[in-house]
Design a protein around this ligand. Structure first.
Ligand SMILES: [Zn+2]
Length: 220
């Protein structure tokens, strides 16, 4: 077996507020994998002012989705460059991207962190951010010491537009629409594992780790 085939490639899926980013970060630290979050990758390219970055910036400025072809190009070049195993977060975003990924860099595991819409809405609409330093709070799960005021800098806490109920509902609906075909695709390939995301961060991580370590052993 070539050395290359031992590198784990994991895709993390999950609705907004599922804790996907947090879990990707934990997993990357624990196993020394590279966490590739598509949003971060785009921002880096834009900042670098690379050819791809300039093209991406054009779409972002217009408030448009970056087209599949461009997304694929950017992400694949990142995958090629990294010598470690990877965790993909925010990619693939649709079926076209998933098929492209499987053709070029087949994944070992796809983990879906599942939470109900009710739980997602509770998490999203309770979120408050500091208008000054950007610290994130939650009315129920992580309230500030003084109501409406940031613990760190004393400025006012606000609700982001994206987190308001109407918009949050739309974001969730869009997520479920786009993720459905991806889930079906990976299920057919026998790569999909579902994680209960309505548990503590620690417990979710334990569940993820169990599946990932088993896969890692198989690859040895
Ligand atoms: Zn603050």
């Amino acid at each position: 077996m070539s050395k290359n085939s031992k590198k784990l490639r994991i895709v993390l899926l999950g609705a907004p507020s599922s804790g996907k980013g947090t879990q990707a970060e934990l997993l990357s630290q624990k196993l020394g994998l590279k966490h590739l979050a598509s949003g971060d990758v785009f921002r880096q390219e834009v900042k670098k002012k690379s050819e791809l970055g300039k093209a991406i910036e054009d779409y972002l400025k217009k408030g448009k989705l970056v087209p599949d072809e461009l997304v694929n190009k950017v992400i694949i070049s990142k995958i090629r460059k990294t010598k470690k195993g990877i965790i993909l977060d925010g990619y693939p975003r649709d079926l076209t991207q998933a098929k492209f990924l499987e053709k070029n860099f087949p994944t070992d595991l796809v983990l879906e962190i599942k939470i109900s819409n009710k739980e997602a809405l509770k998490r999203i609409t309770g979120r408050r951010v500091c208008s000054y330093c950007g610290a994130v709070y939650h009315l129920k799960y992580k309230p500030p010491k003084k109501k409406g005021i940031c613990d760190i800098c004393g400025h006012k806490l606000v609700q982001r537009d994206d987190d308001r109920r109407g918009i949050a509902e739309k974001r969730l609906k869009l997520y479920h629409q786009t993720i459905k075909p991806i889930i079906k695709f990976y299920k057919r390939k026998d790569k999909l594992f579902i994680i209960n995301g309505e548990q503590s961060i620690k417990k979710v991580f334990q569940d993820i780790l169990k599946i990932v370590l088993r896969k890692k052993d198989e690859k040895k």
